[in-house]
Design a protein around this ligand. Structure first.
Ligand code: PLP
Length: 823
């Protein structure tokens, strides 16, 4: 056996040996052990150092990881499962070193090698298993849960390919696959003992047993193996290590034995690939549904595997008495993506563990909690009944039964109102009926939460109005947050050191303590140090922009940044129009009171979202014109940063002066990028949307640049919206539109921006870019004036960081813990 081991399996063996060995070594000793092996491979030195270090750090966590598991099992604590199709984790090394307090030891271990810790960290591939805010929220929540000593397990999918890598070629987005597992993932541990099988296709049969009970069997299924890969989630300096369990799909061992026996070898192997397809790739759509069959398979695969895991653990401990299951378990559904867990839990309890419907329903409805993430109709998931009927026939039966019983409750509330029944039904009838996944989630959950105050209000008064009438007690708000470990302590070491010098270390786990630095706004030394920190961070950001975009950002100028997924509702277009406005003013010689600024936009467009892709092209073309004109240079620089991701944001938010949060009011559920910037002392220019409203409340109007229509005014204006009139009435916007229509930015590519121009001028423009343009420019002018007074600006910056405590995900998770999970 041993002499047959190939090179790649040697690698696996070494990793597994590391995973299971007793952590008797210090970090330094473990590192020397690993580096001997890794340097003998053909990797370059810094890659070898990274893998050796990561494996050594993981070893340091193993004991605490094991202890966490056994303690949680022993003490009978309520367990929470956080189900999400996305976990946008980013890199793990720096965060682990911070949580385990190993940075000094680590630098010591690296002394013999000619690399810095920062260079080594750059070697780690981002775990980009998410699109944007929703996936990053799941990652921040895991950090907070572990740091707050909560027994919460994340359940997700181990995508072979995460979020695509974005390149910009001739100004256009080009996607390429993100092969993040290429050189192996040093953090994961494959744990085959937790394997489960997930059924697909087949048909149902029923029979009545001797006692007259009807049973349904789902037969002739194609089973897929779910293999567990665990990632450690270390709490901040508290000895807890939680688990993120990611499922990989594989062919079952007994796969297509029949075909083998019949000699259809090639067919059988092809089937194996079909099974492995399920977890091959993350769907890159943010805020829009996709409707693809493979996506539904991913959703069911994750839901079924995770629930089987939970039930198996339960049965091992308590046998088949499920009466306390809902008391000891909570399942949080991150959007409707895993909401198929509702009928799946019913199926497992009824078909596999032989519970009666009412018992199973009582358990399901005391366990499930649903978080809604968007009001955009195009993001609401609806799955075709036809697709369900062949892919998941047993699940479809159960959904129909849930709906029939729930329709009785609706009929009771609104007697004789058949329109209400049709509107509220889980099944959207028609020639091609669909299942409304949000309704399914609401009906089966004891808690339905929005992610910011305004968003929850709009859910109750709009999208889910009828459900709110039926079950007001289910609805609650949990304003999003971000983890202060990654988004301040780790990503901004300079500011972090200054805060710790002033306040001690307590702020890292109690961000409300930052309020105390408000008292320092008149302390000249403190203000000066704050400015020095920002200046140094801007230099680092400028270096990144230079390297990635070839554009010179001058740290003496204002850094004005908008990074997030490219979407019309987020209005990157409004930002670009403002850049064109400044450019036009400069060309006109109208530069009085103009404060020099560097504008940065970054973000990925969904590959099928044509308008978003055209917006990227426009940004790049405008940037080209702006940056190549020597007259413009002293006042304005503009860059589009390719491949925006978590690691990029870790450098961007510390170096930003002005954060752009300019969505059409009522459209951004919460936003979390806004919070990362605020924590790092950026000022915000923003609309009354999502969590911006709560940020404004915390920091006060004097320290926030508010502009534009509010959600109510947007709805009002929509009734009779005439953008063409707005353009004619605004000299500034007229000039901008003139430049655009003249083809100034696309001389050799005529017509490519027609769609954008038409969208702005359309009375049906949902995002109402023209409506907010003049106010946006006026407030941008105020921003410039404020920036000229550096002392005043710095005081506002300090006040923003000071007021950001409420947006720690620790606060959010305390809310989930006390009001939803009740652990
Ligand atoms: C925080 C974050 C987001 C969310 O940003 P919004 O501005 O709230 O849309 C998206 N992507 C990444 C990489 C992030 O870190």
């Amino acid at each position: 056996m041993a002499n047959k081991v190939s090179k790649s399996s040697t690698k696996e063996l070494a990793e597994n040996a590391a995973a299971y060995c007793e952590p008797c070594d210090s970090l330094g000793m473990a590192f020397s052990r690993h580096i001997r092996y890794w340097l003998s491979r053909d990797d370059d030195a810094s890659t070898a150092v990274f893998y050796s270090l990561a494996l050594s750090v993981k070893e340091q966590m193993l004991e605490a990881w094991r202890d966490t598991r056994s303690q949680d099992a022993q003490f009978d604590k309520k367990q929470v499962a956080y189900l999400s199709l996305e976990f946008l984790m980013g890199r793990a090394l720096g965060n682990a070193l911070l949580s385990l307090d190993l940075s000094d030891e680590c630098r010591q271990a690296l002394k013999e090698y000619s690399v810095t810790l920062e260079e080594v960290q750059e070697q780690e591939h981002d775990a980009g298993l998410g699109n944007g805010g929703l996936g990053r929220l799941a990652a921040c929540f895991l950090d907070s849960c572990a740091s707050m000593d909560l027994a919460v397990t994340g359940y997700g999918i181990r995508y072979e390919y995460g979020m695509f890598v974005q390149k910009i070629v001739d100004g256009y987005q080009q996607e390429s696959p993100d092969k993040w597992l290429r050189s192996g993932n040093p953090w994961e541990v494959r744990v085959p003992v937790h394997n489960v099988t997930v059924p697909f296709f087949g048909r149902t049969e029923s029979y009545v047993d001797r006692n007259g009970r009807r049973h349904v069997c789902w037969v002739d299924t194609h089973d897929v193996l779910a293999v567990a890969y665990d990632m450690p989630i270390p709490g901040y300096k508290n000895q807890r290590v939680n688990t993120l369990r990611l499922w990989k799909s594989e062919a079952t061992d007994e796969f297509d034995l029949d075909e083998f026996n019949q000699g259809d070898y090639a067919e059988a192997v092809a089937r194996k690939n079909l099974a492995e397809q399920i977890t091959m790739v993350l769907y890159p759509n943010d805020s829009s549904e996709n409707g693809k069959e493979l996506r539904l398979r991913q959703q069911y695969f994750l839901s079924s595997a995770s629930l089987q895991d939970l039930l198996r653990t339960w049965v091992k401990k308590f046998g088949t008495d499920f009466s306390q299951f809902g008391v000891k378990n909570a399942i949080q559904l991150n959007d409707t993506h895993p909401s198929i867990a509702v009928p799946e839990l019913m199926r497992l309890l009824i078909d596999e563990y032989l519970l009666e419907w009412d018992e199973a329903w009582a358990i399901t409805t005391s366990t499930m909690a649903y978080t809604n993430h968007t009001l955009l109709p195009e993001a609401l998931e609806r799955w075709s009944v036809r697709m369900f009927s062949y892919m998941l026939p047993r699940i479809l039966d159960i959904i129909y039964e849930i709906n029939a019983r729930y329709m009785d409750a609706v009929a009771h509330q609104w007697p004789g109102n058949s329109q209400k029944l049709a509107e509220m039904s889980i099944i959207e009838e028609g020639h091609d009926p669909h299942i409304r996944m949000a309704y399914l989630a609401i009906v089966a959950s004891f808690s339905v939460n929005g992610v910011a105050g305004l968003h929850t209000q709009l859910l109750k008064s709009g999208l889910f109005k009828d459900f709110y009438q039926l079950w007001p007690e289910k609805f609650n708000n949990k304003t999003n947050g971000v983890t202060p470990r990654r988004w301040l302590a780790y990503c901004n070491p300079r500011l972090s050191a200054l805060l710790t010098k002033q306040l001690g270390e307590g702020w890292v786990t109690d961000l409300s303590q930052l309020r105390k630095i408000e008292g320092c706004v008149d302390n000249k030394t403190f203000v000066k140090q704050w400015q020095e920190v920002k200046q140094a961070n801007k230099q680092e950001l400028a270096a990144m922009v230079k390297q990635q975009c070839g554009v010179d950002f001058d740290p003496a100028m204002m850094f004005d940044v908008q990074v997030k997924r490219i979407h019309e509702y987020k209005r990157q277009l409004l930002n670009i129009l403002h850049v064109i406005h400044l450019y036009h003013r400069i060309l006109q010689g109208d530069t009085q009171n103009m404060v020099p600024r560097c504008v940065l936009i970054g973000g990925k467009a969904a590959p099928g979202y044509a308008m978003a892709k055209t917006i990227i092209k426009l940004a790049n073309n405008v940037a080209h014109m702006v940056n190549s004109d020597p007259l413009v240079r002293p006042f304005l620089r503009f860059a589009f940063l390719p491949n925006y991701n978590v690691s990029a944001m870790e450098k961007i938010c510390p170096g930003t002066d002005l954060s752009e949060q300019i969505s059409t009011a009522g459209k951004e559920a919460s936003g979390t990028g806004n919070m990362k910037f605020m924590m790092n002392g950026a000022l915000t220019i923003g609309t009354l949307d999502g969590a911006n409203i709560e940020m404004l409340e915390e920091v006060g109007e004097d320290n926030f640049f508010l502009f534009g229509l509010n959600a109510e005014q947007v709805a009002q204006t929509r009734q009779n919206y005439r953008p063409a009139d707005i353009v004619s009435a605004s000299p500034a916007l007229s000039a901008v539109m003139e430049l655009l229509t003249s083809g100034h930015f696309n001389l050799i590519e005529p017509g490519i921006f027609e769609h954008i121009i038409n969208a702005i001028l359309s009375p049906y423009d949902q995002w109402m870019t023209a409506a907010d343009f003049d106010d946006y420019c006026a407030v941008q002018q105020k921003v410039g004036l404020a920036y000229q007074d550096q002392k005043y600006w710095t005081q506002m910056s300090i006040r923003n960081t000071a007021a950001s405590g409420r947006f720690s995900s620790d606060v959010t998770i305390a809310g989930y813990r006390d009001e939803i999970w009740r652990v």
